[in-house]
Write a protein of this length. Structure first.
Length: 283
């Protein structure tokens, strides 16, 4: 379900039954103010308008409040400059900080040539906590369950390029990985900044429900259409690439020979189930 609205107008009780949040909100003012691109014809760099406003403290606090009502995981994209502010906001909302995972994306060289480029963004992971005790104290950690492997150190899916996409759209293969790893079939994923609807599409393919919110009317309409339409050639290629890589990694996990190996093997079987869903969707 795609909702056309300013996400801060969506009441928390509307999303309180969601299980997981996966979202790519606007980045810090630093990123928006310094976004550039290369002009055609070799004229040189020019300022790039991303088409939407930078992250505000109000939006960050609202997303943290959304995370506080999720049952399990919250996964948020951020630039490096915004990382610490996200940590503080989520801590204030009693989320358990897990860790940042770099997304090493393809990036054009630094246009000015006088410094290194930024070739990564962060995918930061938090988990819901139990209530504080009657005397206060720290929020209680909860048992965690995901479908990924213990050797994950980074994501390396190629950044989106070309026309007919949201200005900051994340690739479908990356979002398939996040939805497959941090949610289970039948659960509901919430994305308060759904953009062109990549999270909603990944949920449809993988058998999850999705509530997505988008403030731009044009993008919301495109996301709604994409959620139910056949896969585009570009999305189909990305889905097939993800399925092939994920199947190879999961099938490399041997059957358990003792109890200590069972959790890893069970996670691999859940990933194989996700792969099968993608293979069905891509025909």
């Amino acid at each position: 379900m795609i909702i056309h609205s300013d996400c801060e107008d969506v009441p928390l009780d509307m999303i309180a039954e969601c299980d997981v949040m996966i979202t790519d909100p606007p980045y810090s003012p630093h990123v928006h103010e310094n976004a550039t691109s290369t002009r055609t014809g070799g004229v040189g760099p020019e300022a790039r308008d991303l088409g939407f406003a930078a992250l505000t403290p109000s939006l960050r606090d609202y997303i943290a409040a959304c995370a506080s009502v999720m049952k399990r995981w919250s996964v948020v994209f951020t630039d490096f400059e915004g990382f610490e502010a996200w940590r503080l906001a989520m801590a204030a909302a009693d989320l358990e900080y897990i860790r940042p995972i770099p997304w090493i994306r393809w990036s054009q060289p630094q246009i000015s040539g006088d410094r290194p480029p930024t070739g990564a963004e962060l995918v930061v992971v938090w988990h819901a906590t139990g209530p504080r005790g009657p005397r206060g104290g720290d929020p209680k950690p909860l048992k965690k369950r995901w479908n990924g492997g213990g050797g994950l150190t980074h994501f390396d899916q190629r950044c989106m390029r070309g026309v007919d996409k949201h200005p900051t759209e994340k690739p479908l293969d990356l979002v398939l990985e996040l939805v497959a790893d941090f949610s289970d079939p039948g659960e509901t994923v919430f994305d308060p900044c759904v953009g062109r609807g990549t999270t909603a599409l990944a949920c449809r393919i993988l058998g999850r429900d999705c509530i997505g919110v988008e403030c731009d009317a044009t993008e919301a309409a495109l996301a709604e259409a994409r959620e139910s339409a056949p896969l585009t050639p570009r999305d189909r290629v990305r889905a097939i690439e993800w399925a092939a890589k994920a199947r190879a990694e999961a099938e490399a996990i041997p059957e358990p020979t003792d109890d200590s190996m069972v959790p890893c093997w069970e996670r691999a079987q859940r990933k194989i189930d996700a792969v099968a869903r993608v293979e069905t969707a891509t025909g």
